[in-house]
Every structure is written in C-alpha cells, then in structure tokens.
Ligand binder design. Sequence first.
Ligand code: MD3
Ligand code: FE
Length: 199
Amino acid sequence: SETSLNGARILHGYLGPQDQAALVAALRRVVAQAPFYRPVTRRGPMSVRMTAAGRFGWVADRRGYRYEEAHPETGQPWPAIPQEVLAIWNDVSGCARAPECCLVNLYRGAAKMGLHQDKDEADFDCPVVSISLGDEALFRVGQVEKPSPSGSVWLRSGDVAVLGGPARLAHHGIDRVRSGSSSLLEGGGRINLTLRVVT
Ligand code: MD3
Ligand code: FE
C-alpha cells in the first residue's frame, strides 16, 4: 500500500523479510568499516548515531555540519553503497543520477530527530529515498515554509519513503521509536537509510 503525506510517498511493506535480512547483512559490512559515531551539533550531542556509505557522508561536529569524503573518527573513505541499496534507488527514485550518500541513522533507546529540512545538498532535483529497518517510528512531515502544520505516520521495517518534488524541502523528523516492536536488528532499535544526491 502507499500513503501520501504532504507530498512524501510512503511505500509500505516495500521490502519483504528476506530483502530486509539481506540489507542488514550488507549494513554489517558497512559498519565494520565505518563504525557508528555520535554527531555533535551546537545544541549538543545528537541522540541518533550515524555512519554512511558512498562518496560522501554527512558529518556534524563542534565546527558545524557538512558533507565529507572521510569518516570523522577513522579518517578513512566511506565504504561503497551496497548494491542491494542501489537497486532500491533505481526502482523508486525516478532519478538518472546515482546516489552519492547513503546516510545510516541508528535509533536506540530514546533516540529521536527533531524537525529539520535537508538542504545541505547542492541539488534538490532528485528525491531523498528513505529505507526503514527494525523498530517502528513515528515520522512527522510538515510544510516547506514552516515546520507546521504537519502530519505523521508510523514507518515500519521494510517501508520505503520517496521525498521528491515539493516534499524534498519539507520539514520532517522522527518523534519517537517504539522500542522492541521488531526483532530484525541484533541489539534492537531502528536503522534508517537515506539515499541522496549531494553535488
Ligand atoms: C522528508 N532521517 O537523515 S527519513 C535525515 O528516519 C532524516 O532517520 C529520518 O530525516 C530518519 O535527514 C527521516 C525520511 C526523510 C528523509 C529526508 C526527507 C524524509 C524527508 C527530506 C525531505 C522531506
Ligand atoms: Fe532529514
């Protein structure tokens, strides 16, 4: 089934159990090379832990936030985006360009993400594609101009969201994660992948 929320297209149940397990296995290889770290913004440490694959990762530290070609703690280039992830982009993005960043967000415990816009990229023509794995999360989407009024929808493991067109610059965030609602991830929690064209 498909939900539309302020221009965001949410493809519920897009990935079956075997596809989800294959993604988790591929992500284990990414994380072995590029461990999760805790980004810090001017407001303090984020509750979400992050890593990335692809040419660029989005990094935040006390100096600010930006896309970087190396992991902030290891100094190593990011691992390649797994082919299973690229296949999803090719199926749903409608974009001729390849994604340059696969940002990996890990939500454990009370982690959440406040309302924000994704506008550190140089080009907004291609959508952002989001893949949810593990515990379900309450996703909020507002308008482009202001964070409100907004609507929300639960994102479950295997859901894929396509944020393109007018939704590309909409405010959005994760209000909360329902801990223990999925057993997909060893150690529990939720992983969200976002695929982006950056340059
Ligand atoms: C709507 N991640 O990494 S993904 C992010 O679930 C981020 O971890 C959330 O917001 C997460 O920046 C939400 C869904 C998403 C991603 C990008 C968007 C929704 C979006 C860009 C524009 C509008
Ligand atoms: Fe975002």
